[in-house]
Design a binder for this molecule. Structure first.
Ligand code: MN9
Ligand code: PYR
Length: 305
């Protein structure tokens, strides 16, 4: 997946963690070194900020703005794409963040459906997305589905039907669900200038076979270098190598799920692998228990070293 000349997003994007101080305040000073780590050590060429992994729904709008600004600033000239997630429960907050993302030079915005008052139809969801997109009329727009978290199960294929008539800036989907029927139908309907990006890292290979243009995920923070090898192997038709790497990722994620995988555990793993001081997660997410962190990092090294 060579970078496309037309700005189309391809390859691997890391869904970044939000660095906090030990006291739980946003810690902007880590973002510069974090970008360098992703580029130099993980070979990651894009970032997806303030998403699920970044605990966006636990951040204030003001925090999301300073974070987005710092990520864009530090990623400039280093990352091929910086996508800022701007979805909120309130349309007004989402529009505010969308306008802000345009001002700070983000390469695109993504929006998750509101999940307290859930849209009851594809139409309602499309109208919400449209109103957010209109606040940043020049920015590439991505719909982000993550049904396990939102409880919103509107088929994405229904959301994207003739979507450019509503949202001329529509450029793709970040698909963090395991419904490969819906995913395949999105790829099959996708336009040449769209990117259909997959977000369930432990089954990326299946999505690549189905035609994914790229991947956005939390584990690319610390396994990006291996997943780049998986993608290259897939592209050269070496499915044996691609599967070997995918199975290693499944072994780690499967192990973490058994222990209780959440953003606290995931963030701890990233801190241990990268050495970056990312701080604790924010309540209600709890910090990773020290015994779990030890076991998971041992597992990581036993699989990848
Ligand atoms: C819930 C969540 O964080 N999903 C991420 C992206 O959407 C994934 O990258 C997962 O963290 C990853 O696939 C591990 O399960
Ligand atoms: C994983 C992902 O894409 C997110 O954190 O939003």
């Amino acid at each position: 997946m060579a970078p496309a000349a037309d700005g189309k997003v391809t390859g691997l994007l890391a869904a970044t963690f939000t660095p906090f101080t030990a006291q739980g305040e946003v810690n902007l000073s880590v973002i510069g070194p974090y970008v360098d780590y992703l580029k130099e050590k993980q070979g990651v060429k894009g970032i997806f900020v303030n998403g699920t992994t970044g605990e966006s729904m636990s951040l204030s709008v003001a925090e999301r703005k300073v974070l987005a600004e710092e990520w864009c600033l530090k990623a400039k000239g280093k990352m091929d794409s910086t996508i800022v997630h701007v979805g909120c429960m309130s349309l007004k907050d989402s529009q505010d963040l969308a306008r802000h993302a345009a001002e700070i030079g983000a390469d695109g915005i993504a929006v998750i459906s509101p999940s307290f008052f859930k849209p009851k139809s594809a139409h309602a969801l499309r109208r919400f997305l449209q109103e957010v997109a209109l606040a940043a009329p020049n920015l590439p727009f991505y719909y982000y589905t993550i049904p396990a978290f939102t409880g919103v199960n509107v088929p994405v294929r229904d959301v994207i039907e003739d979507i450019e008539k509503l949202i001329p800036t529509f450029r793709g989907v970040k698909f963090s669900g395991s419904d490969l029927l819906d995913f395949g139908q999105c790829v099959s309907y996708s336009q040449p200038h769209w990117s259909v990006l997959y977000g369930v890292d432990e089954q990326l290979l299946a999505a690549l076979a189905m035609g994914a243009n790229g991947a956005v995920g939390s584990t690319y923070n610390y396994m990006g270098c291996y997943v780049n090898q998986l993608i290259s192997a897939f592209e050269t038709g070496d499915l044996v190598t691609a599967r070997t790497i995918q199975f290693k990722i499944q072994e780690l994620v499967g192990y973490a799920i058994k222990l209780g995988f959440d953003i606290g555990v995931n963030k701890q793993l990233m801190m241990e692998v990268s050495g970056l001081p990312l701080g604790p997660p924010r309540l209600p997410v709890m910090p990773c228990p020290p015994n779990h962190s030890k076991l998971i990092i041992q597992k990581y090294h036993s699989i990848f070293d």
